[in-house]
Design a protein around this ligand. Structure first.
Ligand code: BES
Ligand code: ZN
Ligand code: ZN
Length: 464
């Protein structure tokens, strides 16, 4: 879908916004938050989108309203749409940008494996925009990147395997300013990346550690590393997941998918910053060659790890990825993004992700970015007892906690990763609840892969 700015509405399908209590003669429409009504008026199809009460207006309401509205337009199978942006509102440019996000993100639907495809909405006209064109274009690039991440998450595990993620990285890094390094399983063995190697060794499709470097400001010392969990399918390994938990596990590369999305947006926007994107990619398979519960494997950092459960594999691949990144690329801060634990889903549900860091400044900036893009975060503690719970009697660490089953599992999982970052400020985002929506679409959140984290990280990096 193309989004263009214009002075006048050209299409006979209009999308209009309305505040509760201020809407005149639209029958049976109260303009409540997210409410949508279709009315036919003098040859026009008008899709009304409710913004709720004017005094409670916030950009996220515009985002949700626009997304619900455009989803309705798609169902009507229109080719073109004219959007009359809200006028005379507080924070007008922010509201407009949120509308654009809602339009782009709400128009997304995954139809790859449907024989009959719905008609595409080709053009969406923005009428009455006042935000700078560059800002609008950057927001569109960020949304395109989030949709790219959604596509990667939504495709089959059979299609998205570690080497395929490496191919995606190579594609993105073709441009100037980028370099990409791909470590194969043989190189992993040689370099002592024993944890990611162990997780990936049972699969027919071997693991990859993928490092993408974007140097938009070669003279600046700051470089942020974003490290994504890229388990292209999580069967649980020998601790096999049961039916009911295994079916959506192609989404276990959502963190890596989000990192690819961010790098893709950087390639488009070309901001003056430095970013290292790392994908810890492996298929956690069951089979004759799979790693063993109870065995001890040696990490890149040198710490030995007892395997309490082969299904706690995300922290293993990330441990090696953050350690390798810190030692060889010297980032000034590290953020890992991972569908790490079922525990975060129990704690926060599907609309808020877990934030873990000891660095208050990073916490504040990440929290604020999440509020802005409405990919909200909530901070959890990293107290000493959670680190202590990961000690092993047989090795240095164990990948499962000594606590009662399920207790504080998101916190101990985070602490485990923290054991592998030695001195760099580090934050961990657990997106296991927010990366995938197995319910109906709602606002800017589609069914299936959500692309959670892409806009959040771009906001954090100051790109959008
Ligand atoms: N990939 C899962 C976490 C997950 C759960 C992601 C639900 C998305 C939705 C992860 O690898 C896992 O299996 N974690 C276990 C760890 C446990 C064995 C210590 C968990 O959280 O139950
Ligand atoms: Zn697992
Ligand atoms: Zn997993």
């Amino acid at each position: 879908m193309k989004i263009i700015r214009s002075k006048q509405a050209k299409y006979p399908t209009l999308l209009k916004f309305a505040f509760a209590g201020e809407i005149g003669d639209v029958p049976d429409f109260k303009a409540k938050d997210g409410e949508v009504a279709v009315r036919y008026e003098q040859g026009f199809t008008v899709v009304y989108c409710g913004l709720g009460k004017r005094e409670a207006m916030a950009p996220h309401k515009a985002r949700t309203a626009a997304a619900n509205g455009i989803r309705t337009v798609r169902k009507l199978e229109r080719m073109g749409l004219s959007v009359i942006l809200p006028q005379e509102v507080e924070n007008k440019p922010d509201v407009e940008l949120a509308c654009v996000e809602g339009l782009y993100l709400g128009a997304y639907e995954y139809t790859e494996y449907k024989s009959e495809k719905p008609k595409q909405l080709r053009t969406c006209q923005l009428v009455g925009a006042t935000a700078p064109t560059k800002k609008i274009n950057d927001i569109i690039a960020a949304c395109q990147a989030a949709c790219y991440t959604r596509d990667l998450v939504n495709d089959n595990a059979d299609a998205i395997f570690p080497e395929r993620l490496a191919d995606e990285a190579r594609q993105i890094c073709r441009q100037e300013g980028f370099t990409v390094t791909v470590l194969t399983e043989i190189m992993m063995e040689k370099k002592g990346l024993g944890l990611i190697h162990a997780v990936g060794r049972g699969a027919d499709r071997p693991p990859r550690l993928i490092i993408m470097q974007y140097k938009g400001a070669p003279d600046k010392p700051e470089k942020t590393a974003i490290v994504g969990k890229g388990i292209t399918f999580d069967s649980g390994g020998q601790n096999l997941k049961p039916s009911g938990s295994i079916e959506t596990m192609r989404d276990d590369m959502s963190g890596a998918g989000a990192v690819l999305g961010v790098m893709k947006a950087l390639a488009e926007i070309k901001p003056a910053i430095n970013v290292i994107g790392v994908l810890a990619a492996a298929h956690n398979a069951i089979g004759a060659k799979a790693f063993f519960p109870g065995d001890v494997y040696k990490s890149y950092l040198g710490k030995t790890v007892e395997i309490g459960n082969t299904d706690a594999e995300g922290r293993l691949v990330l441990a090696d990825a953050v350690a390798y990144c810190e030692k060889n690329y010297h980032p000034t801060e590290i953020i890992d993004v991972a569908t790490l634990t079922g525990g975060i889903l129990i704690a926060l549900g599907t609309t808020v992700a877990g934030l873990f860091t000891k660095d208050d400044a990073m916490a504040d900036r990440l929290f604020a970015a999440g509020e802005d893009t409405r990919e909200r975060l909530w901070r959890f503690p990293l107290y000493q007892e959670f680190y202590d719970a990961m000690k092993s009697d047989r090795a240095d660490l164990c990948n499962t906690a000594k606590l009662k089953k399920g207790y504080a599992s998101a916190l101990t999982g985070a602490a485990f990763i923290g054991e592998f970052v030695t001195e760099t400020p580090w934050a961990h985002l657990d997106i296991a609840g927010t990366a995938y929506n197995d319910g109906s679409p709602k606002g800017e959140t589609p069914q299936f892969g959500t692309g959670f984290g892409v806009r959040l990280m771009l906001k954090y990096l100051g790109v959008i």
